[in-house]
Write a protein that binds this ligand. Structure first.
Ligand SMILES: *[C@@H]1O[C@H](CO)[C@@H](O)[C@H](O)[C@H]1NC(C)=O
Ligand SMILES: *[C@@H]1O[C@H](CO)[C@@H](O)[C@H](O)[C@H]1NC(C)=O
Ligand SMILES: *[C@@H]1O[C@H](CO)[C@@H](O)[C@H](O)[C@H]1NC(C)=O
Ligand SMILES: *[C@@H]1O[C@H](CO)[C@@H](O)[C@H](O)[C@H]1NC(C)=O
Ligand SMILES: *[C@@H]1O[C@H](CO)[C@@H](O)[C@H](O)[C@H]1NC(C)=O
Ligand SMILES: *[C@@H]1O[C@H](CO)[C@@H](O)[C@H](O)[C@H]1NC(C)=O
Ligand SMILES: *[C@@H]1O[C@H](CO)[C@@H](O)[C@H](O)[C@H]1NC(C)=O
Ligand SMILES: *[C@@H]1O[C@H](CO)[C@@H](O)[C@H](O)[C@H]1NC(C)=O
Length: 773
């Protein structure tokens, strides 16, 4: 026993290592924790809904039968068009009365909390909805109908105590099954009495108030598993609950949090004398998500139940986890089979408290005789054979056992014994999983994960290889994603945050404009249509279309040959600086440069940047042909595409020193826009520099000559007080963006610095880098 405990404690209680966790799927796994594409916030990402002055859009109910997305926010409930949630169809408000508000603030609560936060929305069997709100710390529930395009509260206020939290900041979970509400929440004003309850019109049942049952829990999620279905042993349906709590079983020096799964039987009616109106089937076990490199257990934040059709034995819980220490920013996804969980509950050993010394209790494995029927088990055929038809018939011995020992000894391990995904960055908050089929008919579980920063990650685990297809910023500000749902028929995802709700399609294949990018995105929803020459959503494809997809490998060698890139000509003056643009197609790609077919190695004079090659102090040998290739590793290999080609001439004499704006294929309009923008930028900068005295006025160019402008004084850029020194950084940096068209302005401006005997106009050599065309 002691050995066992010591092992557990030492595994979790080592000082936090600072080593980079090594990930399970080999050396390449590290790069796959980076989303391949980062899609910044833009209105095209999805339809947004929010109302001025209304916050906390964190309760969602999809009513595909009514064509609605019902959204609960603070003091308001909305019925939105499921096709376009920007269309509000109806709404009702449910505000607290002034008296309730005063009572609430008098009890010392913040006025912000003394409002009605809608936290529960469920569908009843008759099609109405059940709504609960915190109601200024006096939780209440009501029925709501939708008829004739109108949402209507029935004003049959019911007590929400035990169903809905008092405190809007406390996490809770609930599920409605056959008009009975299962809830996990605090049932008192102080939030100090957590309980898992089931309430119906006629009865209610809850957990015992013992720290061995629930110890400062944070409730996460609930799900039903219909285990009675074709059960050979006459088993009952079950409700699973995920939460985290302060562990009782480790003798650590500070409070350690652990993740748990608990379950109750649907038919549980409580005990006759012992455990009267309390669950007789409440069992819990630790849930581990072993993230390599972390010593403290990870904390569960959300789960999603995925099942293959009607067969409950295929059900899997996908769960997101975050670390319990600050400053460790790796989140993870682990998946648990319901069979693995069920096995621990139905066959595993129990933990039991033993008193060591006087006041100290240790939890160890129980090795004594377990009474029959098995404590915590649902009523099955075997029990019925003993004339135990209901939990009320259970013997006291069984009930007393479970009352004292609701915790299983064994922890639940994820499928594959490790995480499906780990990601460094904004913490994961919510997860949903959608299964889709690729062109070959293979099925893939696509995870959509909400983060603390208002983005959604779309990720897949391809044969143990973690892969994040993209990270899409759904909300402008970095609001945590509070709720995630999807509609299979719509092919859309719905996300809610404090600020609003967003509807986003499963895929935006059109973001990939080339076949290579489409195939490398490895998105099972997307394929390249050869005929249309477009990256399209697979479900929209016609039966006979010629599609390319390569999910495992990202092998785009079947892509049709592309037209050769247009060569961009540049002229640079001896000693000047120049940046040749080359933007890699994805976050996983790296760029490589070739100069006249020779690889370019980084050096102080040739700096390879993420988005280009910076040539410092050009010399004659820099002239020639430059090719930039983007190299992207996929699971089976590395794939290269040429992204840009440049031709560089190095000018020597003063004669040729004219602005050399040589671009191919650029339209006149683009040029005009560019010139206009550049003129504005230049005018502003010139004015500023003149004002600051950095630029010589015409006729004072002698002073400019004093500056050794041949690139030897790179480090002098900061010395702005020297007359005639142009802050190169100022001009070269992307900060000088013009108005709207960023392609022709901010990216186009390149500056080469001031040379001997130049006027400011000549000095402002500009090159337009028309890379995109
Ligand atoms: C969605 O609804 C909004 C508001 O009615 C409307 O402005 C927008 O055009 C609609 N979008 C689509 C794609 O229908
Ligand atoms: C409600 O939204 C506001 C505004 O973003 C936020 O400050 C507050 O924390 C939210 N309240 C809850 C209970 O989440
Ligand atoms: C249990 O149910 C069986 C058959 O339904 C019945 O014969 C038996 O009397 C019941 N036992 C008790 C204790 O109610
Ligand atoms: C989340 O957003 C905040 C504010 O926008 C930003 O400072 C932070 O770096 C972001 N975190 C991550 C991990 O992206
Ligand atoms: C990519 O596909 C082509 C054509 O099917 C094949 O010849 C090649 O070996 C594949 N490459 C890799 C790395 O799998
Ligand atoms: C760029 O330079 C190449 C080689 O000198 C030349 O063939 C091509 O026409 C030039 N392009 C433009 C737009 O002048
Ligand atoms: C340049 O544009 C970006 C994005 O449009 C903007 O965030 C930034 O403030 C702009 N910078 C300047 C100096 O205008
Ligand atoms: C630049 O323009 C492109 C396309 O026009 C757009 O996708 C991108 O968000 C813009 N970037 C900035 C910083 O405005």
């Amino acid at each position: 026993m002691r050995m066992h405990l010591m092992v557990v404690v030492s595994v979790f209680w080592l000082p936090l290592g600072l080593t980079e966790p090594s990930l399970p799927s080999g050396s390449k796994a590290g790069i796959h924790c980076v989303p391949r594409k980062t899609v910044p916030f833009q209105s095209e990402n999805g339809h947004l809904f929010y109302e001025e002055g209304v916050w906390n859009y964190s309760t969602m109910l999809l009513r595909e039968d009514l064509g609605l997305m019902v959204l609960g926010a603070r003091e308001n409930i909305y019925a939105l068009d499921i096709n376009n949630i920007s269309n509000k169809i109806s709404s009702v408000s449910w505000k607290v009365t002034p008296k309730q508000k005063v009572d609430c603030t008098n009890k010392g609560k913040d006025p912000i909390q003394c409002q009605n936060y809608i936290v529960i929305l469920h569908t009843m069997k008759d099609g109405r909805m059940y709504v609960c709100g915190t109601n200024a710390f006096q939780p209440g529930c009501d029925y709501m109908s939708y008829t004739g395009g109108q949402l209507k509260l029935e004003n049959k206020l019911e007590d929400g105590k035990g169903k809905c939290p008092f405190d809007p900041f406390q996490r809770y979970s609930s599920i409605m099954i056959d008009d009975e509400l299962y809830s996990a929440t605090s049932i008192n004003f102080l939030g100090s009495e957590p309980a898992v309850t089931r309430t119906s019109s006629s009865s209610s049942i809850r957990t015992d108030f013992k720290s061995s049952w629930l110890n400062e829990p944070t409730f996460v999620s609930m799900a039903q598993i219909p285990e009675s279905k074709s059960s050979l042993v006459g088993d009952d349906d079950k409700v699973y609950l995920f939460f985290s709590e302060t562990a009782l079983e480790f003798d650590s020096y500070s409070k350690m949090q652990v993740s748990r799964v608990a379950r109750v039987c649907k038919g549980d009616l409580g005990g006759q004398r012992t455990l009267q109106k309390k669950w007789t089937s409440f069992l819990k076990a630790r849930v581990d998500c072993p993230v390599p490199g972390s010593q403290l257990p990870y904390i569960i934040q959300d789960t999603y139940r995925w099942c293959e059709g009607e067969d409950w034995s295929t059900c899997v819980f996908y769960a997101v986890f975050t670390p319990q220490v600050d400053g460790w920013d790796m989140s993870a996804v682990c998946a648990y089979s319901v069979l693995d969980i069920g096995k621990v509950f139905s066959e595993g050993k129990y933990k039991t408290p033993v008193s060591v010394e006087t006041s100290f209790v240790k939890w160890v494995m129980f090795t004594g005789d377990v009474p029959s029927p098995r404590p915590g088990a649902c009523i099955d055929n075997k029990a019925r054979g003993q004339s135990i038809n209901r939990s009320l018939d259970l013997p006291d011995q069984t009930l007393q056992f479970i009352k004292d020992r609701p915790l299983m000894d064994q922890a639940i391990l994820p499928i594959g014994k490790g995480p499906l995904l780990t990601h460094r960055g904004a913490a994961f908050t919510r997860i949903i999983v959608h299964r889709t089929q690729d062109l070959d008919g293979r099925k893939h579980h696509v995870m959509f994960i909400g983060t603390e920063n208002g983005s959604v990650l779309k990720a897949i685990n391809y044969d143990k290889e973690m892969f994040i297809i993209e990270e899409v910023q759904l909300f402008k500000s970095s609001q945590p994603i509070k709720v995630l749902h999807f509609s299979d028929t719509m092919g859309h995802l719905y996300a809610g945050s404090e600020y609003g709700a967003v509807q986003m399609p499963f895929s935006s294949c059109g973001r990939s404009v080339s076949c290579e990018d489409c195939v490398l995105s490895r998105d099972p929803f997307c394929a390249w249509d050869k005929t249309k020459a477009q990256c399209i959503a697979v479900f929209t494809a016609k039966a006979n279309s010629d599609l390319i997809q390569s999910l495992r490998a990202g092998n785009f060698s079947l892509c049709p040959a592309t037209e050769p890139l247009k060569l961009v000509n540049h002229t640079v003056w001896l000693g000047d600086n120049l940046k040749l643009q080359c933007v890699p197609t994805s976050n996983l790609a790296e760029t490589r440069w070739h100069h006249d077919a020779q690889p370019v190695y980084p050096s102080p004079r040739r700096q390879i940047l993420r988005d280009g090659l910076h040539i410092v102090s050009a010399s004659a040998s820099d002239a020639g042909h430059y090719r930039c290739v983007s190299l992207e590793h996929s699971f089976t290999g590395a794939y290269t595409t040429t992204v840009a080609e440049h031709r560089l001439s190095v000018g020597l004499g003063k004669e040729g020193r004219k602005t050399d704006v040589q671009t191919e294929g650029s339209s006149l309009a683009v040029l005009q826009a560019s010139v206009a923008c550049l003129a504005i930028v230049l005018a502003v900068l010139l004015g500023w520099n003149l004002y600051k005295g950095h630029l010589p006025l015409p006729g004072t160019c002698e002073r400019a000559k004093q500056r050794a402008g041949r690139g030897e004084n790179r480090g002098d850029e900061e010395v702005s007080s020297q007359p005639g020194t142009v802050k190169n950084t100022l001009l070269v940096s992307g900060e000088t963006n013009c108005t709207s068209n960023n392609n022709t302005c901010s990216r186009a401006v390149e500056f080469t610095g001031i040379k001997d005997g130049e006027t400011e106009a000549e000095a402002s050599m500009l090159f337009i880098d028309e890379l995109e065309n």
